[in-house]
Design a protein around this ligand. Structure first.
Ligand code: EPZ
Length: 429
């Protein structure tokens, strides 16, 4: 298995281009199943999760074309993918494909809405908690689906098509909102989603569906109204910038010091995280087409954070923020309210010399003077990258094992950091 070697201590200076958002691209690609016409997606990141989903869509019979580079494009330009689901040959998503990535479970909604049946394996994904799908199934039932679980598969059927209904989520769920949106868009009649997730990725999906002919209002608020339509058409849509990648590199700069422009991204996608970073003493300014992040001298102030659904502080940046707080002056309290098991990075950060104590859903981080490089291993995507940024700030060599987690979510990580002065390289197994 590949490893990443980092020699820490160098500040980051330069420009980092931000890729399209993985967590927007995945549901957008799944939305291609909702029409027989072509959906063209621009700015799709080159990531293992995208490749895995292409395999799953291919298994259903979706034709795929990855458009080649055009003059003026660089390796950073996201890829354009054309997906055409005109000949669906199979409405089953099998265990061996779905078990690698939780988001692939979401294919259940378009398959059911368009073909009246779907059989989808219960999902896998990062080891960050139990991550059930009960609310996703509830949403489909509210829209008229009959469901059963048999042999590890969710089987969903509808006799006369889905019909509009009221979906009230007892808890904010991003996947549940994506599923409800896609199902309701092709249901007969009007649907309302209450306590909907407000994440930018939900808005991006709704925008794309509206381009495809859906009638969705209120995405980005807790109440979304959908007037179902009989069919959708093809469309062309650009994936929004990755706010988690943006926040990750911002935290890396806050931790190592330096001056970096994060380009092709938007501050409004991650205000809460940028506000917290500013409170730690990092200078954040909006520049044309991006965000400038600076910390030159001066210590890192300890700040408490609690993860929350958007617009709150994202759980997907919790591990990275904890890495930053390991070098803060004083004590910081980090509360994780979304996933119950998302502290797997704590023991690995401790290997670098961090002082962190866990108390239920709270991590209490005691800032230390310095971290020292060590071999570490990560168990999920965001935990892995928290070790990368800690390694960049640590003295000496850090070796990160199980790099495949990083390849699921960070496009060109070593190249992007390397060009800003980081000493980072991948050692191929
Ligand atoms: C999405 O996961 C993201 N994944 C996650 O990013 C992200 O951490 C999460 O939203 C929260 O922001 C993608 O977009 C592909 P949820 P999702 O449904 O949709 C509970 C990453 O690193 N819940 O919003 O699966 C659940 O257990 C990944 O890129 C139920 O109880 O998350 C959790 O506690 C990791 N029943 C909470 O809701 C359900 O049926 C929020 O989960 C569904 C969820």
């Amino acid at each position: 298995m590949d490893r990443i070697h980092i020699t820490g201590g160098a500040p980051l200076n330069g420009v980092i281009p931000i890729s399209g958002a993985k967590n927007a691209a995945l549901p957008l690609m799944i939305a291609s199943l909702m029409t027989g016409e072509t959906l063209e997606l621009i700015n799709v990141p080159r990531l293992a999760d995208i490749t895995a989903l292409l395999r799953i869509l291919g298994n259903h019979g979706v034709d795929q074309m990855v458009v080649g580079k055009r003059p003026g494009q660089t390796s950073e330009t996201g890829q354009t993918i054309r997906l055409t689901a005109s000949n669906i040959i199979d409405t089953t998503a099998p265990y061996d494909l779905v078990s690698t990535m939780r988001a692939s479970f979401w294919v259940i909604a378009p398959l059911l809405a368009r073909f009246g049946e779907a059989k989808v394996s219960l999902p896998g994904g990062c080891a960050i908690g139990t991550r059930p799908v009960d609310l996703l199934i509830m949403a489909l039932q509210q829209l008229g689906a009959e469901t059963e679980i048999d042999g590890g598969y969710v089987i969903a059927k509808t006799k006369k098509g889905l019909r509009g209904g009221q979906v009230s989520f007892p808890k904010v769920t991003v996947g549940g909102t994506h599923v409800a949106l896609m199902a309701a868009a092709l249901a007969y009649g009007t649907s309302v989603i209450e306590n909907a997730a407000r994440e930018p990725e939900v808005v991006d999906l709704a925008d794309c569906l509206n381009k495809m002919g859906a009638r969705i209002k209120g995405a980005g608020t807790p109440r979304i109204e959908i007037e179902g339509v009989a069919r959708l058409n093809g469309a062309r849509h650009e994936v929004l910038p990755d706010r988690i990648e943006t926040g990750t590199y911002a935290m890396a700069v806050a931790m190592t010091g330096g001056d970096v422009v994060l380009k092709d991204t938007r501050a409004d996608l991650l205000h809460s995280a940028l506000d917290v970073l500013a409170t730690t003493g990092t200078e954040i300014t909006q520049v044309d087409g991006g965000i400038r992040v600076r910390r030159n001298g001066g210590g890192i102030a300890a700040v408490d954070v609690t993860t929350d659904p958007f617009p709150g502080f994202p759980t997907d940046l919790q591990a990275q923020f904890m890495a930053l707080m390991t070098l803060a002056k004083g004590q910081s309290h980090i509360r994780e309210t979304i996933f119950e098991n998302r502290f797997m990075h704590v023991q690995e950060l401790a290997r670098l010399g961090a002082k962190i104590r866990l108390d239920g859903d709270m991590a209490i981080v005691e800032g230390v003077e310095r971290l020292r490089g060590a071999p570490v291993m990560a168990t999920d995507l965001r935990a892995s990258v928290s070790l990368v940024i800690a390694g960049l700030a640590a003295e000496g060599e850090t070796q990160i094992n199980r790099v495949y987690h990083l390849d699921r979510g960070f496009e060109g990580l070593e190249a992007k950091l390397g060009r800003c002065g980081a000493q980072i390289e991948r050692v191929r197994a």
